[in-house]
Design a protein around this ligand. Structure first.
Ligand SMILES: *[C@@H]1O[C@H](CO)[C@@H](O)[C@H](O)[C@H]1NC(C)=O
Ligand SMILES: *[C@@H]1O[C@H](CO)[C@@H](O)[C@H](O)[C@H]1NC(C)=O
Ligand SMILES: *[C@@H]1O[C@H](CO)[C@@H](O)[C@H](O)[C@H]1NC(C)=O
Ligand SMILES: *[C@@H]1O[C@H](CO)[C@@H](O)[C@H](O)[C@H]1NC(C)=O
Ligand SMILES: *[C@@H]1O[C@H](CO)[C@@H](O)[C@H](O)[C@H]1NC(C)=O
Ligand SMILES: *[C@@H]1O[C@H](CO)[C@@H](O)[C@H](O)[C@H]1NC(C)=O
Length: 902
């Protein structure tokens, strides 16, 4: 705090006396103290948040908005703590500031006519990240969303990709130029953070309905409903023509006019082609069947020719014909954000610290999390498997499932009670004692008999027959005439937490499932809320519900907080909250989309994410259909490599044995055993997430951004820094995959240990018990096959696989997996491999011993080679076994290396 006065003085002097360059070493409040604010003009203010981050506010009396505007996304705990070594400003002759410089960033302030545009460069001034565009007003006026309040555009160059923004129902990864309608709904989540492949990020601190790259009203394609589809009698076909003004790729926005909004399986497809197109081919721009179609669906085709007349065919099954708008994918086109119901543009421009050795995008994510909060580690059990279904109907049924999970030897750490446990007592956090006579005893039994953690679902709404409703209502905590509580009201948040504490946390529940936090049916729209109106804060309901859980939890419950939510927003990761993608449909198309959605979501800065493995709406013949069983197997195999691995389904007994012995055994062997074997690697990886702003499930652009081939690959990713995963997402088990170029080291096939060359590959008939998994030169520590993360067997030994090809290292992080304290005792063991000397060094144990730490254990060391150290199973004949008691050990593996070379 005391620093703020210093800056205030500093700036006054600066402005009055034309000090050309000066500097300060201070903490910054990012413009939340007067002293930090650099007022450029009455309608533009800047603040330096750190060496890598500046904040920009535009609007009437910008300086005071900068100070007073309450941000829901910025972590208040981070205020005053960010440090920067210095910044300086240059003044022109008239006393106007024309540039601002930090250690990492140069912001040029250009006067363009009446307007001011900021350009963002590296500190040397040699590399332009992007610049604000001031003449893009025309586009805003013509956008299809009415009543736009604010808009900002930034320049872009052809070799740039734009990621992030959350996740949406499509397969696309690179959102450069893509029209994205950013509103929360079941299946789509808004995170107003964009990350560029050029190493910068933009956090748009806006909460209302938002468009990224809004399509133009004038770009609507006229469609005439012509006929009922012959095959699908409930579908209508509408046709029109499209004449592209340029050759190239086109986006199409299908505006459903809210018709499809909720919980009914719908199909829509858009095809472009025929007529005078050169080859007469018909291209499918999209073909989606979903449980919830979004309000606006994004579709795309490549390779259209200028001035050709293309036939446009839309198949849909709603009453109104969706509106279709085209947008040309202009390689040099801008990136635009526009938001309704606000008076201010308030955004953060950031770059990475790249000097940390992290890749560029890792370091951008780290800057993002320095603003929005870090993502703390969950209990170790959270990274194990979650058994979930809609829904266990009694205490007896749930305990029986727990028992059977152990009898069937299915590795698992968590079991979940979905809604309706209140029976006919009314919607709210209360147990129906007819079906759940002793929930406290049930949870105790889950903990003690079955080593299972327990999560229970809670909604933000209450039946009007319940005492919850009455209490909320009497305090004025409900959203007008709705049954949802006003999560923006601190009093309502505290009361909500009290409800869930009384019903669930006080009897031992470990985690909370905060369902339907979009909120469902947009219950907040056109309503007054504590902070203003529901429209102004449209996208932030989930954030506030997660906050309610988190703030109560950390002050009262001695566990690591975890909540699962159906929506999310920038900053929600700091509340111990993980989003899952909502009510999906069980199809290969949906599985395929999820790979892209998950990668893009994590490029939006949130390193946690989950989904319903197996799909939510499953086919009627789910237990016997071979096609469905294969889908479930493939979905589990993908789910092995995401942050939180959880099965769920509607009207489904999702326990694996219901799908037959063979399916169960393939899933246990190829997915669950692998997840549990990887646990030391996963847990250590999420330690880097917590400490360094790392991301575990990584779009290829994180590690291979230098390789232009990877920038739009949306169905492959790295899991940690060692593994590349190409999940099988087709019914016939075929797909192509790309192994990026490595400047050093090699790729090996995980299942047979052989070296695989980089480049495009086509794989077909990948056996049901395998996926496509490749390890790059690295060290990976594996647990024995185990039934849960605290299985005593995991303390006795670990397998250390060395994928040779270059020097590599790995830090094994361990703690008791439970203690919530940031200063909890923990240890690290550093492994390093020297390629030249063929020596593996296992470093001295560092840190403080934690409860249950093994004082001695075996490391089975395996130099991976063809059919040695390959696959999920434990390696029967390791190259060396050493007993480790915390002292440094060097293991010479020259002879094994000879084998590798053969
Ligand atoms: C759309 O997908 C469905 C199911 O995957 C398929 O049967 C149908 O032929 C596809 N339609 C088009 C136009 O591609
Ligand atoms: C309570 O809710 C039901 C619908 O769920 C509605 O029919 C009824 O009118 C409501 N009662 C009151 C007193 O608001
Ligand atoms: C499935 O396995 C169980 C034992 O693991 C066995 O009792 C049962 O007969 C098997 N069922 C089939 C259909 O093979
Ligand atoms: C190992 O797997 C790769 C595919 O990743 C395959 O091309 C190769 O033939 C396999 N090698 C052996 C020896 O099975
Ligand atoms: C997969 O199944 C085949 C055939 O049953 C078997 O030969 C192979 O060893 C299995 N592979 C793995 C990785 O378990
Ligand atoms: C390994 O040895 C080669 C030649 O023997 C040498 O050029 C290289 O620098 C060495 N690498 C390291 C990491 O020591």
């Amino acid at each position: 705090m005391h620093h703020s006065t210093q800056i205030a003085v500093f700036l006054q002097i600066l402005c009055a006396v034309f000090v050309g360059v000066s500097s300060a070493e201070v903490g910054s409040s990012c413009g939340r103290n007067n002293g930090d604010i650099i007022s450029i003009r009455s309608d533009l203010a800047l603040a330096v948040c750190s060496d890598t981050i500046v904040r920009i506010v535009r609007g009437k009396d910008a300086a005071s908005a900068m100070k007073n505007r309450e941000s829901l996304v910025i972590d208040p705990r981070e205020h005053h703590s960010k440090r920067f070594s210095q910044f300086s400003t240059d003044l022109d002759g008239g006393g106007n500031i024309f540039s601002l410089k930090t250690e990492k960033l140069l912001v040029q302030i250009d006067h363009v006519g009446e307007s001011i545009a900021l350009a963002f460069l590296d500190s040397s001034g040699d590399f332009l990240y992007t610049r604000e565009l001031v003449d893009s007003k025309a586009q805003g006026d013509d956008g299809i969303s009415n009543e736009v309040s604010v808009q900002q555009s930034w320049s872009s160059v052809p070799e740039e990709s734009i990621y992030g923004g959350g996740y949406y129902v499509n397969n696309f990864l690179d959102f450069k130029g893509a029209p994205i309608h950013m509103v929360q709904m079941n299946l789509e989540v808004v995170i107003p953070f964009l990350a560029s492949s050029r190493g910068y990020g933009i956090l748009w601190d806006g909460y209302g309905e938002t468009w990224l790259n809004p399509p133009r009203k004038s770009n609507q394609i006229n469609l005439e409903p012509t006929a009922r589809s012959r095959e699908q009698s409930h579908e209508t076909v509408a046709t029109g023509t499209f004449t592209p003004p340029h050759s190239g790729s086109y986006w199409f926005s299908l505006d459903m006019r809210n018709d499809y909004y909720f919980n009914t399986n719908h199909h829509i497809s858009l095809q472009i082609g025929g007529l005078q197109s050169k080859d007469g081919n018909t291209m499918t721009a999209c073909n989606v069947t979903e449980n919830n179609l979004p309000k606006v669906l994004l579709c795309k085709v490549d390779g259209l020719n200028q001035f050709n007349n293309y036939k446009v065919v839309l198949n849909y099954d709603s009453d109104q014909t969706p509106r279709v708008f085209w947008s040309f994918q202009d390689p040099t086109g801008p990136t635009t954000l526009q938001t309704k119901d606000t008076d201010f543009i308030d955004y953060y421009f950031m770059v990475g610290e790249s000097s940390t050795g992290a890749t560029q995008l890792d370091s951008v994510m780290s800057s993002y999390r320095s603003l929005t909060g870090s993502a703390s580690m969950f209990s170790k059990k959270t990274y194990g498997f979650w058994q979930c279904k809609n829904h266990y109907q009694s205490q007896e049924e749930l305990l029986e499932a727990a028992k059977q999970l152990r009898l069937h030897e299915i590795p698992v750490d968590n079991i979940v009670q979905d809604y309706m446990y209140w029976g006919d007592k009314g919607w709210g956090p209360q147990w129906d004692e007819k079906k759940y006579p002793d929930p406290a005893g049930m949870i105790k039994e889950l903990h003690n008999e079955f080593s299972l953690s327990f999560m229970v679902s809670v909604w933000s709404k209450f039946d009007n027959t319940t005492s919850f409703f009455d209490e909320m209502k009497s305090q004025g905590y409900l959203l007008d005439d709705s049954t949802y509580f006003d999560a923006w009201n601190p009093g309502a948040r505290a009361l909500f937490f009290q409800f869930i504490e009384n019903a669930h946390l006080s009897i031992g529940a470990d985690a909370l499932w905060l369902d339907a936090t979009e909120p469902e049916y947009d219950n907040h729209l056109n309503k007054k809320i504590f902070l203003g109106t529901g429209n102004q804060f449209r996208n932030t309901y989930s954030l506030e519900v997660a906050k309610s859980f988190y703030e109560g939890f950390v002050s009262k419950i001695p566990k690591r907080p975890f909540s699962l939510t159906r929506s999310s927003f920038a900053g929600q990761h700091r509340y111990g909250s993980v989003v899952w993608t909502g009510d999906t449909v069980a199809s290969f198309g949906c599985l395929r989309r999820h790979i892209a959605m998950s990668i893009n979501y994590q490029l939006s800065g949130d390193p946690y994410w989950s989904m319903d493995i197996g799909g939510y709406l499953r086919p009627d013949d789910q237990y016997t259909s071979e096609k469905y069983k294969m889908l479930m197997i493939r979905w589990f195999q993908f789910g092995t490599f995401i942050p939180i691995m959880r099965v769920h389904g509607c009207h489904a007994n999702t326990e694996l044995w219901n799908y037959g012995n063979q399916t169960q055994s393939i899933i246990v062997q190829s997915a669950l055993n692998l997840r549990y074997r990887l646990m030391p690697y996963i847990y250590s990886g999420f330690r880097l997430v917590e400490q360094n702003g790392f991301t575990m499930q990584r779009g290829l652009v994180f590690d291979f951004g230098f390789d232009p081939n990877v920038r739009s690959i949306s169905d492959q990713f790295m899991f940690g820094s060692a593994f590349m995963v190409a999940p099988i997402h087709t019914v016939d088990s075929s797909r192509s995959y790309y192994l990026p170029q490595l400047d050093q080291g090699l790729w090996r096939d995980f299942y047979n240990g052989t070296v695989v060359a980089a480049g495009y590959h086509h794989a077909s008939n990948v056996a049901p018990n395998k996926t496509l998994l490749f390890a790059r030169s690295s060290i990976v520590v594996l647990a024995p096959i185990s039934s849960h993360v605290h299985d005593p067997i995991t303390l006795l030994s670990s397998e250390v696989r060395i994928y040779t090809g270059k020097d590599s290292s790995f830090s094994l992080f361990e703690d008791d997996g439970i203690d919530p304290s940031p200063s909890r005792p923990c240890t690290t063991i550093h492994f390093s491999w020297s390629e030249n000397s063929s020596i593996l060094r296992i470093g001295r144990l560092k840190g403080k011993s934690y409860p249950g730490m093994p004082s001695s254990r075996l490391f089975h060391i395996v130099v991976v080679r063809e059919n040695h150290g390959a696959g999920v199973g434990e390696t029967a004949d390791p190259d060396a076994t050493v007993q480790y008691t915390g002292k440094e050990i060097a293991v010479e593996l020259g002879q094994s290396l000879e084998q590798v070379k053969k």
